[in-house]
Write a protein that binds this ligand. Sequence first.
Ligand SMILES: Cc1cc2nc3c(=O)[nH]c(=O)nc-3n(C[C@H](O)[C@H](O)[C@H](O)COP(=O)(O)O)c2cc1C
Length: 187
Amino acid sequence: MQVQKKLFTPVQIGPITLKHRIVMPPMSRLRAQWPSGIPSDLMREYYSQRASDGGLILTEATAISPSGRGYRGAPCLYRDEQLTGWKRITDAVHAKGGYMLAQLWHAGRTTHVAVTGEQPVTASVDPAYCADPNIFVVTPTAFRDRRRIERWRRPRSLLSSGSTVPPPSTRSVQASTASKSWPPMVI
Ligand SMILES: Cc1cc2nc3c(=O)[nH]c(=O)nc-3n(C[C@H](O)[C@H](O)[C@H](O)COP(=O)(O)O)c2cc1C
């Protein structure tokens, strides 16, 4: 069978029968409401536009906890209001006959206090990663102030009770304040 023809034949994925094989991959668009992480009207429009009868859409990366938030504007799915926001979207996709699966994530070492309100936590801490000046994390103000970003991207490990990479001894006043406040300050 020609590839093009096969593209438009059904396929079974677990309990889901798709009518065609064009699947939308997870693509972060950073359009969720901030700081609530509730999916926005724009997201509903975006996913609804891309829904098709018997087609499958994977959501953009969606945080499973406050500490797992990777970017400002990335959606979340750990509070009732966020679930309600996603349901508005899945309802619109289902109305067109489409299916949707959530991509769940915890952004681990790439999180930042300005987004999560806390020190990053990760499955394992690689000191070389933290020391690498070429690795950035995204904050609400993007990459504007590199030094403050550097100070706050050192994660604590899930493998030990404490931090295997000690936090820097000097912290900016702004960053210290940000860690105690919610919503996070722009730093
Ligand atoms: C704007 C954009 C956002 C993306 N966001 C995610 C994401 O949230 N989760 C993920 O697993 N992949 C993400 N990806 C990767 C895509 O799902 C896809 O795997 C990739 O774009 C396909 O490879 P290619 O871009 O080299 O063709 C993203 C890609 C783009 C272009």
